[in-house]
Design a protein around this ligand. Structure first.
Ligand code: TXA
Ligand code: MG
Length: 315
């Protein structure tokens, strides 16, 4: 299969929608990372996402819709959902809510859970393509399972060229880490730190968020421990590179590439996956990473880095 590169204009949105209608796969930019989209109502189309990524079938997908009204048609809404959605949608937030009966979503999307993850992305190209399609689009990050997430169309092509119908090239993603995921089945719980800092979520909720317990049941399976993994070994909290390593800097610790010399966490998040891809391509045996503060977007950055550094699982 030849993977087409689509433009970000109306024609590109229309071409993406036509491929989705025909059961195909289109990668598209969101403000967080590139997603690999398919019609969320089609078992065959969704099955192709799992095949193209080599993703385990027990790991459910996020459904992307054009607006909150479309989300409310798919899940049982709540006051907490309304608060978070009105504060952060469109944007880098995913809500996990009870799936509505008859919502028409493929069982492969939810991996048989009774809940559905929904998100309204802010990126104008994502919104344009979703509006042109007019239905729910299931989309994990557009990378081979377990590898570094893509923040450019070139990253997508490097991992998936020939396995998907098309990618819309919308340039680099502004946020650079995936959406925050909040579970709202019971008391609100942060299932994955991401593009909206936990502190901001708690302020909007007017109360604390429980944190997902590591080692508990697999409720947010991005929680597979090894994830976002480059080919090189990753060493965290490093003051300098050892022989054989390249260095990813932050703040006062300069590197071969630096996430943010000014110590700005927003800039660091936007650069994270791009720099990991670039350092990995240098072919060093290891990547040493400067310490990143565990506040705000730093939590999402450190979460991804810890998974990148974790021992690899047997395939
Ligand atoms: O920013 C993002 O969220 C990007 C863009 C493309 O939207 N998407 C993304 O998808 O990061 P993915 O598949 O790489 O991560 C989705 C996470 C996984 O950890 C998955 O297990 C979790 O969402 N998830 C999906 N449905 C769930 C559910 N019903 N309950 C709990 N976790 C769920
Ligand atoms: Mg992913």
């Amino acid at each position: 299969m030849q993977t087409r590169v689509l433009g970000t204009d109306k024609e590109g949105h229309g071409a993406a929608a036509a491929i989705w209608r025909a059961g195909g796969l289109v990668a598209f930019p969101t403000e967080t990372v590139y997603g690999l989209g398919a019609d969320a109502r089609s078992d065959l189309a969704v099955a192709r996402i799992f095949e193209a990524k080599g993703r385990p079938r027990f790991n459910p997908l996020i459904v992307h819709v054009a607006d909150a009204a479309a989300a409310r048609a798919l899940v049982a809404w709540s006051d907490a959902a309304e608060r978070l959605a009105s504060a952060f949608w469109p944007g880098p937030l995913t809500l996990v809510l009870p799936l509505r009966e008859g919502a028409g979503i493929s069982g492969l999307v939810t991996a048989g859970l009774g809940t559905l993850a929904v998100r309204v992305p802010a990126h104008p190209v994502a919104r344009g393509a979703l509006s042109a399609f007019g239905g729910p689009v299931a989309a994990p990050s557009a990378n081979p399972s377990g590898r570094i997430s893509p923040t450019t169309a070139a990253h997508v092509l490097a991992g998936l060229e020939g396995r998907i119908e098309a990618v819309i090239d919308g340039g680099p993603c502004a946020v650079g880490v995936e959406s925050s995921i909040v579970g709202l089945g019971g008391a609100p719980v942060l299932l994955r730190p991401g593009g909206v800092p936990a502190e901001a979520l708690e302020a909007a909720l007017g109360g604390p968020l429980a944190r997902h317990e590591a080692g508990g049941a697999l409720t947010a399976p991005g929680q597979l421990v090894s994830h976002y993994a480059p080919g090189a070994r990753v060493r965290l909290g490093a003051a300098r590179a050892e022989p054989g390593e390249v260095m990813l800097g932050f703040g006062p610790v300069a590197g071969d590439l630096t996430l943010s010399a000014a110590g700005d966490l927003r800039e660091a998040a936007a650069n994270l996956f791009h720099h990991l891809h670039a350092l990995d391509a240098m072919g060093a045996a290891g990547i040493a990473v400067a310490p990143i503060p565990e506040v705000g977007l730093g939590r999402a950055i450190n979460d991804r880095l810890r998974r990148a550094a974790a021992p690899r699982q047997a395939p």
